[in-house]
Design a protein around this ligand. Structure first.
Ligand code: PLP
Length: 483
């Protein structure tokens, strides 16, 4: 971590001399509403010591990992990796693009872009029908991608992998194709306070349709799920539990395996939302034991419009169809339809063939880097960035869970989140400002919006330095003394 003097010098170098004139403070009422909720300042309130970057140790145990990547952790070179991402090689407002909006979507490596190019240049065809060469090539590539996903997740077979548009569609699919059949008035669904709207609204709709009741597990002041309170929510009527692996608004890594076990112990089915987890932590369906696991391709360096629903085979087999149409049937008369076996039963109509194939390439790309190596590099950068942000006067980090992915969500005293986002944009730095589709958890921390910087494999310490320097410039302040 650079010293305070170095940070000031860096801010000046990067963005010009910082004026010593204090800036008029914009007291937006949303920035710091009076709240009885705890106000966690960045470093003072940590339940643990920040590890210096050099002393970091991975927070997961080897038994959680799949066999092929159990070797020692290899350091990754973000400077080399970023060369694989052509979009990063550009200027925004006259400055090099710094992409810290990875929680919203990640950039795509050349390999994925090339794979899509190749598909449309030499393989494009509809799949599963048509006895011609291109249909065979496209089908092979599409089914090959399904096999890649199955291997990546440690699924028992490719039949457990359904291609969907993304996490949102996968959750809606489970709600409608499984929940609508299985839930009755008075049954219960357990979620947590951390959830993205995509893991709240489909269950609310399901509750309206079936008379089921939604119950919410609370989090503590650090943004960690209170496991005892979570367990106390379960009753004999709890049919379904759905929770996120990583919170998109705070970065909390939930104890997913333990939460699945608790839900199963109480006879509930479990869906794990892997949208923010899949690119940051190695997952294995055998050890996680979730009934469904869902994620979006675009958050793991793959294309938009493609995602995955993993479901245990016997469960998918017992589920009715999601949408009706071509591809999902084995026989149709005007009187009745016989449906295909999973996964085809859930893939009505012409799917997103090219992007499924592109997703397969993205998963191969991250597998080559190694998920454990990615997690280790991200944790080191997260520590560095957390220390850097702690130096910004008036900055309050939201959520300081012990287990945390590369999400830095904060508010800056006297500034609206949108204004911070716009100011950073002028410096070529892309962060997200808003409610992050997770209003309940932001409100739990007493805010309506936050600024969110999210880290990925191509982010460097220089990216973080530029963020810190940009924020210092905005606050016109000198760095706060580090504790
Ligand atoms: N769940 C979480 C935790 C997310 O972060 C997101 C997107 O940000 C979603 C679900 C929805 O993903 P998508 O918009 O790709 O369907």
């Amino acid at each position: 971590m650079p010293s305070e003097a170095e940070l000031s010098r860096l801010a000046n170098q990067l963005f010009g001399e910082i004026s010593q004139e204090p800036k008029p403070v914009d007291q937006h009422p949303m920035a710091f509403p009076a709240s009885s909720e705890p106000t966690l300042t960045a470093a003072e309130s940590l339940p643990f010591q920040l590890q210096p970057p050099g002393g970091w140790q991975p927070s997961f145990s080897a038994s959680q990992l799949t066999a092929p990547q159990l070797g020692p952790i290899q350091p990754l070179d973000a400077y080399q990796i970023r060369k694989d991402f052509p979009i990063l090689d550009q200027q925004i407002h006259g400055r090099p693009l710094i992409w810290l909006d990875n929680g919203a979507t990640t950039q795509k490596p050349e390999a994925v872009i090339e794979r899509l190019n190749h598909f449309y240049r030499s393989e494009n065809s509809n799949i599963h029908r048509g006895a011609h060469e291109l249909a065979a090539r496209a089908t092979d590539a599409y089914e090959g991608a399904r096999a890649t996903v199955a291997k990546f997740l440690g699924a028992s077979s490719s039949e457990e992998i359904v291609f969907v548009r993304g996490t949102t569609e996968a959750i809606n699919l489970v709600a409608q194709a499984w929940g609508r059949r299985e839930l009755q008035t008075g049954d219960e669904i357990v979620i947590t306070h951390l959830e993205h709207h995509a893991n709240i609204v489909p269950w609310q709709i399901l509750c309206q349709q079936t008379g089921a009741v939604l119950k919410v597990a609370p989090v503590d002041d650090y943004g960690q799920v209170l496991l005892e309170s979570y367990e106390r929510l379960f009753t004999a009527r709890t049919k379904l539990t759905a929770f996120t692996q990583v919170s998109n608004a705070l970065g909390t890594i939930t104890p997913a395996q333990e939460m699945v076990q608790i839900a199963h112990r109480h006879g509930s089915r479990v869906l794990v939302d892997g949208a923010q987890g899949v690119a940051h932590e190695q997952v294995n369906m055998q050890s996680l034991d979730a009934d469904w696991y869902v994620f979006s391709g675009h958050k793991i360096y793959g294309p938009t419009g493609i995602g995955v629903l993993y479901g245990k085979r016997e469960l998918l087999q017992a589920m009715g169809p999601w949408q009706g149409g071509g591809n999902m049937i084995s026989d149709v008369t005007f009187e009745r339809t016989i449906y295909q076996e999973p996964p085809n039963r859930f893939e009505a109509g012409t799917g997103n063939i090219a992007d499924a194939i592109g997703l397969g390439t993205a998963l191969e790309y991250v597998s080559n880097l190694g998920l454990r190596n990615i997690a280790a590099a991200e944790q080191e950068l997260l520590s560095y960035a957390t220390e850097g942000l702690c130096c910004i006067p008036g900055l309050r980090l939201l959520g300081q869970p012990k287990e945390k992915a590369g999400v830095l969500s904060f508010v800056l005293e006297g500034f609206r989140s949108e204004d911070v986002g716009s100011a950073l944009n002028q410096l070529g730095i892309a962060v997200r400002a808003g409610h992050h589709c997770a209003q309940p958890i932001l409100r739990r921390f007493g805010v309506e919006t936050s600024v969110r910087a999210t880290l990925a494999i191509y982010n460097t310490k220089e990216d973080v330095d530029a963020l810190v320097a940009g924020l210092l410039r905005l606050t016109h302040g000198s760095p706060r003394k580090r504790p």
